[in-house]
Ligand binder design. Structure first.
Ligand code: NDP
Length: 487
């Protein structure tokens, strides 16, 4: 059995307690993890506070911080195979995806490495002749980063990268499900040579470790990715330290197919949107909204593709859909699919757990037209597609927006005008047109409504880790004028 350590104040340690990690492909324990409790969290935040204010980190130039991030990026790239193997083992995510995603994670660090010395203040054209006024962008402070189980290295990179570029220090809480790759990543942070306390990586259970971290008086900003109900708890916790928050939450993203679309291409994209990563993706295009005149044709294309998907062990490079990360997740999906069928949804394909050991669930398509099915409303975080149809563009828009979420969306059409109209009318942080599930460090990512607020990726994300200091300098030699009049 492998054993992992947490990383606090530049040292690797066993943690106050331990818990077992399960291999989702077998359902068996494969590793032992450190369980951080309140005292560990307190030490980590204090180490981050110390590193923020004293020692080598605040003395570094922004360019030097960028160089450390470049080094980290190179180390991630050099160790991508090992990190991918750990992520696949601990989360069940297929090796085909973890290998390519982790190699790309290195580019996120490179993007923010390059940005470190481009975060600028401004000189203001102030309306007073005897003043020079300028702004400085200073690090916001200690950041608490919390990530869910899927894509932990990726979701941590979009927080660690901009936070360090801005000069912050950070405490990262990995999900207790599948924390191995992030705990291993801590070794690369150490090797890159970041001063101690700048990056601290823990894992532990939400109610204890996550709560202690998000309430901690030393935390200035919380970067959270997870579900909306946990986010509400995190926001309540932030009432104690008044930390700012950025929330990347779930979705029930619409995938809209018009009759004029390239249906073969749209069907491939829909497969990527809902069956890749076994549907455990916040941007999963889990609601297919298809024009009625092509519904049957599109569904038969999709059914054939879904049934041809290779389900197997996540370490086989031929596997396209592996197990879900946890038994809890699979049981939840089973329940919602059963309730949807009871409510009148028609099973087009799938609809049951996979055979054998491991937390597998078959790629599933549910025709929910005219039915009030739970699968249409509930984020399942699994390989389950709910199908609805429309006759007019207005109906398509109404269905697309009929969700409290607003993370991503897809629109498939050959009409340029319609594509633009849909972009304006869909309430979501991302609109993919004739494509799906594309990401880049350069492109902002985040949601509307219950999908959260704040953006990750792009320049704006780095600015979220800064606060503005305004400096007033009086240039006049005369004495300070009338003290009883505001200037
Ligand atoms: P959760 O909200 O259950 O957990 C997310 C993280 O929060 C975990 O690390 C969890 O710890 C922690 N946590 C739990 N309770 C608390 C608490 N009281 N205080 C602080 N932290 C806490 O989400 P899931 O792990 O179930 O992940 C799936 C969700 O994440 C989905 O809704 C999905 O859409 C969303 N997601 C959003 C993305 C985006 O970028 N928009 C990307 C990926 C996923 P623990 O694991 O110990 O419970």
């Amino acid at each position: 059995m492998q054993s992992f350590e947490q990383y606090v104040d530049g040292a690797f340690e066993a943690g106050s307690a331990r818990f077992d990690s399960i291999d989702p492909a077998t359902g068996k324990v494969w590793a032992s993890m450190p369980e951080a409790r309140e005292a560990d969290v307190d030490r980590a935040v204090k180490a981050a506070e110390q590193a923020l204010r004293t020692g080598a980190w605040p003395a570094l130039t922004a360019t030097a911080r960028g160089k450390l991030l470049y080094k980290l990026a190179d180390l991630v790239q050099a160790n991508a195979a090992k990190l991918a193997e750990l992520e696949t083992r601990d989360t069940g995510k297929i090796i085909r995806e973890t290998a390519s995603q982790i190699a790309y994670v290195a580019d996120y660090y490179r993007y923010y490495a390059g940005l470190a010395d481009k975060i600028e203040g401004a000189t203001l054209p102030i309306d007073k002749a005897d003043m020079e006024v300028w702004t400085r962008r200073e690090p916001i402070g200690v950041v608490a980063a919390i990530v869910p189980w899927n894509s932990q290295l990726f979701l941590a990179a979009v927080k660690i990268g901009p936070a360090l570029a801005a000069g912050c220090t950070i405490v990262v809480k990995a999900s207790e499900d599948g924390p191995a790759p992030l705990l291993e990543f801590a070794r690369l942070v150490h090797e890159a040579g970041f001063p101690k306390g700048v990056v601290n990586i823990l894992t532990g259970f939400g109610p204890r470790c996550g709560s202690a971290l998000t309430k901690h008086p030393g935390v200035a900003h919380i970067a959270f990715t997870g579900g909306p109900s946990t986010a509400a708890q995190v926001v309540r916790n932030s009432a104690e330290n008044l930390a700012s928050t950025s929330l990347e939450l779930g979705g029930k993203s619409p995938f809209v197919v018009f009759a004029d679309a390239d249906l073969e291409s749209a069907a491939n994209a829909q497969v990527a949107g809902i069956f890749a990563a076994a549907g455990q993706s916040c941007v999963a295009g889990s609601r297919l909204i298809v024009e009625a005149s092509v519904k049957e044709r599109f569904l038969s294309l999709l059914k054939a593709k879904a049934e041809a998907i290779r389900i197997g062990t996540p370490f086989d490079v031929a596997t396209e859909v592996g197990p879900l990360c946890t038994r809890r997740q699979r049981d939840h999906i089973e329940k919602v699919v059963a309730a949807s069928v009871d409510a009148g949804a028609t099973l087009v394909t799938g609809g049951r757990a996979g055979d054998g050991e491991g937390f597998y669930y078959l790629p599933t398509i549910l025709d929910c037209d005219g039915v009030k099915a739970a699968s249409v409303e509930t984020e399942l975080f699994g390989p389950v597609l709910s199908v609805l149809s429309f006759n007019t563009e207005d109906e398509a828009v109404a269905l697309a927006n009929a969700t409290p979420y607003g993370l991503a969306s897809g629109v498939f059409t050959r009409s340029l005008g319609r594509a633009h109209r849909m972009v304006r009318r869909i309430r979501a942080g991302i609109v993919w047109i004739n494509t799906y599930r594309a990401v880049s460090p350069i492109a902002p990512f985040g949601g509307y409504g219950q999908s959260g607020h704040g953006r990750e990726g792009g320049l704006a994300a780095a600015l979220d880790y800064t606060r503005t200091k305004t400096v007033w300098l009086r240039t006049a030699d005369e004495p300070f004028p009338d003290p009883f009049v505001m200037r």
